[in-house]
Write a protein that binds this ligand. Sequence first.
Ligand code: ZN
Ligand code: ZN
Length: 309
Amino acid sequence: MPIICSKCRSANAEVQIPYAKLNLCPCCFTDFYKARVRRTVEEFKMFREDDAVGVAVSGGKDSAALLQVLRLAYPSLELKALHINLGVPEYSTHCQQKVEKLANMLNVELHVFSLPEELGMGIGDFEKTPFKGKLCSACGTIKRRIFEKLAIKAHVRVLATGHNLEDVAGVMFNNFLYGRWEQFVRLKPVLPPLAKGMASKVKPLIKCPENENMLYCLYNDIPFREIDCPYADEIGVRKRAKILEFLSRDNPYFRHQLLSRFLEIMPIVEGITQKPELSQCKVCGFPSLSEVCAFCRRIAMVKEAIGKI
Ligand SMILES: [Zn+2]
Ligand SMILES: [Zn+2]
C-alpha cells in the first residue's frame, strides 16, 4: 500500500522527513522546502523582500536549489547569480554551462569571473606551490575574495551562499572540538559587511539537509553539475559526515539540535573571541589581517610558480 502525503492527503508520498514526522508528495515537499527557507530568512533577518541579493552559484546542487527557491519565494527580489570559473579542465566548463542554463531558465542576471581569463591561472596551478596537498583550502580563500568582488560589481547588498545543514553543523562541530573559536564564529547565519560598500553574507539553507537540496533540484528540474571536482578533498568531508550520520542514527533531530545549540552559544563564543584587527591590503585594498592579504599572497605565489611574475 502506498503511503499518502501527510499534507494534501491525496497524492502518494515520496519523501520522508523523519525529524518532522512527515511523508510528503513532491508538490507538498516543494512547499515545505520553500516555507522553511522563508522562515530561515525571516528568523535571522537575512534580507528584505525587495533587497538586492547575489547568490554564489558553483554549479552544485545546493547553490542551484538556493537560486531557484529564492526566485520562487521572493518574486520582487533583485536577484543575481555570481559564478567563478576555476579553470579546472572539463569540470569548470561543465559547471559554467549548468549555471548558465539555470540563470537563463530563471531569467536571472549572471556575473562570471574567470580565473584563466582574468588572472591567467587555474586552481590546478596551486599544485606547483606549497599549497600542493591543500588545494581546497587555497581555493576557499580565492573564492571568498572573488565572490566579495563580484558582489560589489553586481551592486548587491547581500551575498547568499548555499551552505547546507551538514556543512555548517559539521564544520561547527569540528571547530568546537578543537576550540577554533574564530572560525566557529565565522559560520554564523549572517555576517555583517567587512567594510563599507561590501555585501553582508547570509546562509539561507543553514537548516536544509543535503539530501533535501538534492531532492528539491530533482523534483523541480533544476540543472546542477554531474561530475565532481578532481581536486575535492572527499576524505575530510566524508569523515565529518560519518560522525554526524552516526550520531543521527537513533535521533533524527540530531543535526538540527546541534545547530540550534551552537546558535544559542554563539553570542557567548563571540564575546570571548577577540575580533581581528583589519587593515587594508596594500595590493588590492580589501580588508586584511596582514600588510598583503591572504588572497594576494596566494595569487602571487601561483604567478611566481608558473613564471608570470
Ligand atoms: Zn501532498
Ligand atoms: Zn589583497
